[in-house]
Design a protein around this ligand. Structure first.
Ligand SMILES: Nc1nc2c(c(=O)[nH]1)N[C@H]1C(S)=C(S)[C@@H](COP(=O)(O)OP(=O)(O)OC[C@H]3O[C@@H](n4cnc5c(=O)[nH]c(N)nc54)[C@H](O)[C@@H]3O)O[C@H]1N2
Ligand SMILES: Nc1nc2c(c(=O)[nH]1)N[C@H]1C(S)=C(S)[C@@H](COP(=O)(O)OP(=O)(O)OC[C@H]3O[C@@H](n4cnc5c(=O)[nH]c(N)nc54)[C@H](O)[C@@H]3O)O[C@H]1N2
Ligand SMILES: [Mo]
Length: 879
């Protein structure tokens, strides 16, 4: 979403789904995982909208859709690519929108080569480092060659693994590249796109996704019919799309389609990324991610970014609203280092930690096993159950010197050393585990003040309802007082490396007997203050001279007028349907992003029916943007405005450039820079797949991140030993790794046991009995589950043969009131190269009837399978 449109968040809000004429839910079980938001899908359908659910399984979402299309997990680029082909070949794109608001007309460098020319690779691939040099993907005439000195930087970055810039529009993409508004030039994006997707046909959809042509045609006709001036279609996805080695490119494919159909920035349109945990959007905005700083500023690299200037040169583009990056960054540094940050010392830019490589969680697990990581904090995470490669997770924890777990209950990640599955098999023994585990009880959200940033970028304040019991403390309390104590110890130090901690602003007001820091004061610091110390109301007020401070520029405005805007709860009946006075959404309380695109280039609504934001020439001094939402545009910039040559930041954008974070103000059908696995999506098979990729010689994403290790062996493609496709998902009655649901009696009673969903055909093939036991085997381990024989998970015909899918909810582990094997123990660790997410939605497995063996017999079973698959190498007998 960031590279296509400019911001890493859902483009719309759930309530707006009622305005859709067609809703496609793909890669999400919205009714069961986002049941509250699903009411607006139901309401849209009652108003006449067509609803499709495209999912390997028939679920409650499917039951309330007009049509469910079963799809093979891991094949969505084929389906979406065929829709793009349908739109382009039939001339169904919303031409006026596409020419004006996207980069369709932009002409590409002569050096660019497509996957269609290179058998599944784009130009710039280096097989040795398994990575791309994106130089040849550039627009014609814009930084086709990397700038002087940048060459070296690129090389370094390859070693780093993930690109740190995926959310900010990168530098070197330029403000006004060469264009052909007729879209005829053979190297313009529109024509490149047309050629690229020409092979994605309904026949291929049938062959690879298992979806028959009539069903495909029904979706294709509906989305075309329900797009254009008068109608809009919305796409809804969540982790059924992200947890793949091509997860980012799934979303890119939908982003391209929605731009071609003119559905972005308009009511009833958009792409709704449904987020997970209550504040998962918040934890990327103010990131728990190692390669981002607050507000999607990239984290600096060691050696490359010695000073602020060299950092800012590559941090993001100079045109569009990222052009103000210096003010965002300087204000952040001022928030963190206060008076110590001055223009003379680069505002203490040197105090920031630097990246030296991949520090993602999976890499860190490998480093734990290899003895490179000594201590670890787990704050609200249960990797022993929730992360792929469960055995590796636990072996990593067992190799630490110390581990701090802050959680509501004694989760598996805190008790692995006495009850983990490796104790039973004998792979680990309690007396030999050296990890000192500190369990610190955490206060739950009902026991503390704070905000959640929900799925639609909406910050909502929650008030403390009760005091936390016993020793339980909030995370804010813990980190504040930990910081205070560390600073007290370092107060007298003259070691320069302690200076960043000594100079940190760390002075929140506290209250009560436990000295609980004020969450309101933290929100106010995040919002930011001006030279007079008063709360700012917009990120456009941020300055680059050190006179303003703000902890996260995209949240500036959340405390506007010294009022906690996130605590607003004006009833829906007292305001418009957009409900701008319910909570506060970033940026600037805008609910639909890029909403300038809901008007035509001249600023008039595309149609009466889809009126949302428009130009009113009679407002203000010389006209203003107005409408139902806060305009996502400079309020007084007229539609006909043309920038001066050489202008920077927002001044480089024209009055009809709605994608204001992009360097050229356009929605990007083609991404010239910012993604590590290609400027366009291409279909690659999952790492573990029952079929050979018929499209290209390249089987899987060439840039995917693999970890070739003994305990992380991958299955061969299409093998007989692990013949079935397996996918994992969640149940309404449980929550993720189970710490918050398997500990509650009512929920445990509703879903007491791990089960596997299999079709009647697969049950017959393997002798599985409904209600009986099955053992599911991969090269990593074997687990047992109750059998649920159901037609909800149908066998598919893929490339002429039957492919069975096995479905597994992943909520169980060894702790809690109801226990069971952890599904993640089955999965390999293999990651999307852009964001480092694990492929937990598509792998392969074997299934047999009966319970799994106990103790060492379990490892013998797993080893037997590995031998049969030819995976046991170098005399390695290790489990
Ligand atoms: N009750 C409840 N609600 C939750 C959660 C919970 O645990 N319990 N978890 C929360 C969290 S953290 C998250 S991230 C969200 C997740 O919300 P969802 O993404 O809706 O949850 P999942 O059930 O993991 O997966 C969604 C669907 O993707 C399908 N799927 C798998 N592979 C593919 C594929 O390749 N293509 C397509 N088209 N579909 C595929 C699965 O069959 C499943 O139905 O839910 C949140 N809400
Ligand atoms: N196979 C497979 N694996 C998956 C997925 C999948 O679909 N399939 N989905 C993935 C997804 S989307 C997610 S989000 C992850 C979730 O994986 P995890 O985040 O590892 O699992 P959770 O059980 O959500 O862990 C959250 C913990 O935080 C605790 N907690 C709750 N509130 C607080 C608090 O205020 N403070 C503190 N300190 N602790 C608190 C809870 O008790 C709980 O134990 O799993 C991922 N893993
Ligand atoms: Mo999630």
């Amino acid at each position: 979403m960031g590279t296509s449109y400019g911001r890493g968040g859902a483009t719309t809000f759930q309530q707006d789904l009622v305005n859709s004429d067609c809703i496609v839910i793909q890669g999400s079980n919205m009714a069961e995982c986002h049941p509250v938001g699903f009411q607006w899908v139901v309401e849209a359908r009652q108003r006449g909208a067509k609803v499709f659910h495209i999912d390997p399984r028939f679920t409650r979402t499917s039951a309330l859709a007009d049509r469910h299309l079963p799809i093979r997990a891991g094949s969505d680029v084929v389906f979406l690519g065929a829709l793009i082909n349908h739109v382009l070949a039939g001339g169904h794109d919303f031409r006026e929108y596409v020419v004006a608001y996207t980069n369709a007309a932009t002409i590409l460098s002569d050096d660019f080569r497509d996957t269609e020319d290179l058998d599944g690779l784009f130009s710039g691939y280096d097989p040795e480092s398994r990575s791309y040099d994106p130089a040849s993907w550039a627009y014609r005439g814009v930084a086709a060659e990397p700038a002087a000195g940048a060459r070296e930087e690129e090389d370094v970055r390859h070693e780093h693994g993930p690109e740190a810039q995926y959310e900010a529009t990168p530098a070197q993409t330029g403000p006004a590249p060469e264009r052909d508004e007729t879209l005829q030039h053979p190297r313009c994006v529109y024509q490149v796109l047309k050629r690229h997707f020409a092979r994605y046909t309904p026949e291929l959809v049938e062959e690879l996704c298992g979806i028959p042509p009539e069903a495909f045609a029904e979706v294709a006709d509906a989305v075309v019919r329900c797009s254009g001036r008068d109608r809009t279609t919305a796409w809804v996805y969540s982790v059924g799309w992200t947890q793949h080695t091509v997860g980012v490119q799934y979303i890119r494919t939908a982003a391209i389609l929605q731009l071609l159909l003119g559905n972005i920035g308009r009511p009833g349109g958009g792409i709704l990324a449904l987020r997970g945990h209550a504040s998962i959007q918040g934890s990327t905005d103010i990131p728990t991610l190692y390669n981002l700083l607050p507000g999607y500023l990239p984290m600096p690299f060691a050696h490359e970014h010695e000073d602020l200037d060299s950092y800012l040169a590559g941090a993001a583009g100079d045109t569009g609203f990222w052009g103000r990056k210096r003010s965002y960054m300087v204000s952040l540094l001022k928030a963190w280092w206060g008076d110590a940050a001055t223009a003379d010392n680069d505002f203490r830019f040197g105090h920031l930690p630097r990246l030296t490589g991949d520090h993602g969680t999976y890499r860190t697990v490998m480093d734990q096993i290899d003895g490179k990581v000594k201590g670890y904090f787990l704050t609200g995470e249960n990797p022993a159950v929730g992360s792929a490669g469960g055995k590796m997770q636990r072996l990593g924890l067992a190799a630490l010197d110390w581990l701090v777990v802050r959680d509501l209950t004694l989760i598996e990640s805190a008790t692995f050393w006495k009850e983990g599955p490796e104790i039973e098999t004998g792979e680990l023994s309690t007396p030999e585990i050296g990890t000192e585990v500190f369990f610190l009880p955490a206060a739950a959200h009902t026991e503390k003040d704070g905000t959640f940033t929900n799925t639609q970028r909406l910050l909502q304040w929650h008030h403390k309802a009760v005091e936390p019991p016993g020793d339980a403390r909030s995370d804010l309390w813990f980190f504040y007082h930990l910081g205070r104590r560390i600073r007290a110890r370092l107060a007298g130090s003259d070691d320069p490396r302690d200076l960043p901690l000594q100079e940190l602003t760390w002075d929140y007001p506290t209250e009560g007997e436990h000295e609980e820091p004020s969450a309101t004061a933290v929100l106010r610091e995040i919002n930011g203050v001006g030279p007079d110390g008063a709360a700012l109301s917009s990120f456009t007020e941020l300055e680059d001279d050190g006179s303003t401070a703000a902890g996260c520029w995209i949240y500036t405005g959340a405390f506007a007028g010294e009022v906690n805007q996130t605590a607003r709860r004006r009833p829906g009946t007292e305001q418009s349907w957009v409900a701008p006075e319910w909570g506060w959404a970033w940026p600037a309380n805008r609910r639909i992003l890029y909403n300038r695109a809901s008007a035509d280039p001249d600023g008039r609504p595309w149609s009466e029916r889809k009126r949302y934001v428009w130009w009113d020439p009679d407002r203000g001094d010389q006209g203003e943007w107005t409408g139902h939402d806060v305009p996502d545009f400079e309020r007084a910039k007229p539609p006909g405005h043309r920038p001066e040559p050489g202008a920077t930041a927002e001044h480089a954008l024209a009055g009809d450039d709605p994608f204001i974070m992009q360097t050229d103000g356009k929605g990007w059908l083609y991404v010239p820079k910012g993604l590590v696995d290609g400027p366009l999506p291409a279909h690659y098979e999952p790492q573990e797949s029952p079929v050979v990729n018929p499209l290209y010689g390249q089987q899987s994403n060439p840039a995917r991140r693999v970890f070739r290790r003994r305990r992380n062996r991958y299955h061969p493609v299409g093998g007989e030993v692990y013949p079935y496709a397996v996918t994992t998902y969640r149940l309404t009655e449980h929550h993720t790794a189970g710490g918050m649901s398997r500990t509650l009696a009512y929920l445990s009673e509703l879903q007491p046991e791990l089960f596997c969903e299999v079709s009647p055909e697969l049950a017959a093939e393997r002798g599985l009995v409904n209600g009986g036991w099955a053992t599911i085997i991969t090269a990593r381990t074997a687990i047992e589950a109750r059998v649920l024989v159901t037609r909800r998970i149908a066998p598919l015909r893929i490339r002429g043969r039957t492919v069975h899918q096995v479905g597994l909810p992943y909520h169980w582990g060894h702790a809690g009131s109801v226990t069971g094997d952890a599904v993640n123990d089955l999965l390999p660790i293999v990651l999307d190269p852009n964001v480092g997410i694990q492929e937990s939605k598509a792998a392969t497995c074997d299934v047999r009837a009966g319970r799994r063996p106990r103790g060492p017999a379990l490892t013998a079973l797993v080893r037997g399978h590995r031998r049969a698959a030819g995976l046991e190498n170098e005399g390695d007998d290790e489990p």
